[in-house]
Design a protein around this ligand. Structure first.
Ligand code: FMN
Length: 328
């Protein structure tokens, strides 16, 4: 399989991996809003890639720069997947060391790996051997009662020695028992200073901060202290917050597409998906938030939600929904 060499990219601004949300339709849509944002896939387990039915690594060329997030803890399986990711043309492979769901804990990966730095290091090392792609780690600041700064730096030290030089830190800990994944994104308090401290103590590492970030103003504040910001829920629920990323964070001079232009730019992609036998709502569900805060936003959402799932729905449904809004 031909391997296309990836263009250089930056982790200054990225959209977080989000299961069920950042699928390839979502990523294509987000790419029409920002050219430079690094986009992460949903977490894909090594089991799904190596033994599942279906192609779990599929993406569109339009999505570059794109990072594959892997879930797993078997170094050999992770290495195989990292190799496949390189062959398929991903720009980065990220290991999930932060997800607290029960399902993930049973598989002994995600956040519970924070307690096993040596295993994480082994995973990273084997992935690096198997693939030339950058191997990064996404983690939290702690788990359960293990939430000291030393606990975090022990993980960083060990994984760094395996050759990982880029860490994304969700600035809150996770409780492995008793909280749902959703609660684990809301209840443990955010501690940004701890992530800033990490950057001060490890200036040679790339440190990306994540958790609770909603505006580009906030991003710019964080960027005074760390190398990058990763935004999750806000980028999904209010995707147009990314419209100024290219100009403000990457110095591009080209004006951003308007909201309406972003929607219209989706038409050929939607049509191709429909022509291939796909359904409109698989794509349009990711577009509901584009008019967030604008006049007619609720009518846009309602029209799409009520109509896009109907059999035979096509681009004309999106056109009709657009007529419900009174802004560009
Ligand atoms: C619906 C949803 C699914 C998520 N799935 C993943 C995932 O697959 N892998 C991961 O590392 N984090 C996952 N997360 C966590 C996000 O990547 C991010 O760390 C978290 O939402 C905090 O960032 P935010 O406050 O900007 O949303 C998910 C979050 C949400 C809301």
């Amino acid at each position: 399989m031909p391997v296309t060499l990836s263009k250089p990219f930056s982790r200054k601004f990225s959209v977080a991996p989000m299961l069920d949300w950042t699928d390839r339709h979502c990523r294509h849509f987000m790419r029409l809003i920002s050219n430079n944002t690094l986009l992460y896939t949903e977490m894909v387990t090594t089991g799904a890639i190596l033994h599942g039915r279906g192609d779990f690594l599929a993406f569109n060329e339009s999505e570059h720069p794109i990072a594959l997030q892997l879930g797993g803890s078997d170094p050999e399986a992770l290495a195989k997947c990292a190799k496949l990711a390189a062959e398929r043309g991903y720009d980065e492979v990220n290991l999930n060391v932060g997800c607290p769901s029960d399902r993930v804990q049973n598989g002994r990966f995600g956040a519970c790996l924070m307690a096993e730095p040596a295993l994480v290091a082994q995973c990273v090392e084997q992935m690096r051997v198997a693939s030339d792609l950058p191997i990064t780690v996404k983690t939290r600041i702690g788990i359960d009662e293990q939430d000291s700064y030393e606990f975090l730096t022990q993980l960083i030290d060990t994984v760094k020695s395996a050759g990982c030089d880029s860490f994304t830190i969700h600035a809150r800990k996770a409780w492995l028992q008793g909280l749902s994944p959703k609660e684990n994104r809301e209840i443990p308090p955010l501690d940004y200073p701890r992530v800033y401290q990490l950057k001060r103590d490890y200036p040679e590492l790339e440190i990306v901060i994540n958790g609770g970030i909603k505006t580009l103003d906030e991003c710019q504040q964080h960027l005074q202290h760390v190398d990058g910001v990763m935004v999750g829920r806000e980028a999904y629920q209010n995707p147009y917050m990314m419209a100024e990323v290219d100009r403000l964070l990457f110095g591009d001079s080209a004006p951003a597409r308007t909201r309406r232009e972003v929607v219209e730019a989706m038409y050929p992609y939607i049509q191709a998906h429909l022509d291939g036998g796909g359904y409109l709502n698989h794509i349009s569900r990711h577009m509901l938030g584009i008019f967030q805060g604008m006049p007619g936003a609720r009518r846009w959402r309602r029209y799409l939600s009520e109509n896009a799932h109907k059999p035979g729905s096509g681009v004309e449904v999106v056109e009709a929904a657009l007529q419900q809004v009174n802004c560009d």
